[in-house]
Design a protein around this ligand. Structure first.
Ligand code: IPE
Ligand code: IPE
Ligand code: MG
Length: 256
């Protein structure tokens, strides 16, 4: 038997920020002759696994796409079931979040969520606020375009009030007005369910993320070993950020 996969991971080079499009719950359920909500219900274990695995490896930020702006267009019964699942999950997982030292955040237009979901979320965020381990960001009623428009509105207001000059607007300033202003850009984006698209997730923050699409795994089947596989794959990649491979080699051997 070889080494357990976790041991092959270079702990000094784990992605700082992982973002996940947790997709395929409906198809997972359909395969079992069940309704879509059954798939959503069985997604919680996967959330536990990825949060624990990320915490163990020292990943600093994990963003999970739980509900998109576009998901509001699903059948009302599915949306309602998802909202109820969310409240229950946040409530039930709180002791585990505390035990694992996880600090919870949310991004998205939560004003549109049922008040019970909003309250439960606010309470969990407050309870975990002094935790110092993994920062777990739940994207709820979120879309990348929404995030950028909100940032633009805030900046425009500041310009109107004379607090920012148009010439001062650059990428760094803009990023400060995004909902993720406390987190670095995403290093690794994982999508389960095999679709090769961003689905209006973090458009700005994903600018240079490495994309890892899982062709054969639906979200409810996601386990720690899949996270480890994704990170190992990430560690084998060369992130060039527009430079040439030769330039990067020189930097690592200090011959700049
Ligand atoms: C992802 O699974 C969960 C949410 C979008 C809330 P889906 O519900 O999109 O499942 P599929 O993609 O239809 O299989
Ligand atoms: C993306 O999945 C949103 C979430 C996982 C929350 P969707 O299933 O909604 O994406 P599309 O519609 O297939 O692009
Ligand atoms: Mg889907």
């Amino acid at each position: 038997m070889g080494k357990p996969m976790e041991e092959l991971i270079d702990k000094s080079h784990v992605p700082q920020h992982i973002a996940v499009i947790m997709d395929g719950n409906g198809r997972w359920a359909k395969k079992r002759g069940m309704n879509r909500v059954f798939g959503h219900r069985n997604a919680i274990q996967a959330v536990r696994e990825i949060s624990e695995g990320s915490g163990e490896l020292g990943v600093k930020y994990l963003t999970l796409y739980a509900f998109s702006t576009e998901n509001w267009s699903r059948p009302v019964s599915e949306v309602e079931a998802l909202m109820e699942l969310l409240v229950n999950a946040i409530r039930d997982e709180l002791p585990t979040l505390m035990k694992n030292n996880v600090k919870l955040f949310s991004i998205g237009d939560i004003s549109g969520l049922p008040s019970s979901t909003q309250n439960q979320l606010a309470q969990a965020i407050e309870t975990t606020k002094n935790n110092t381990g993994l920062n777990l960001i739940i994207a709820l009623s979120y879309s990348g375009k929404w995030d950028i428009v909100e940032a633009t509105k805030k900046i425009a207001e500041q310009v109107k009030q004379g607090k920012i000059h148009t010439e001062d607007i650059d990428e760094q300033l803009f990023a400060k007005y995004l909902s993720t202003n406390y987190a670095p850009d995403v290093d690794l984006m994982i999508r389960t369910g095999g679709d090769h698209r961003i689905s209006n997730f973090m458009l700005w923050q994903l600018a240079y993320a490495e994309l890892y699409i899982m062709e054969d795994v639906f979200w409810p089947d996601f386990r720690k070993k899949h996270l480890f596989e994704a990170i190992l794959d990430y560690q084998r990649r060369e992130r060039r950020f527009g430079k040439t491979s030769e330039q990067l080699q020189k930097v690592t051997t200090n011959e700049v």
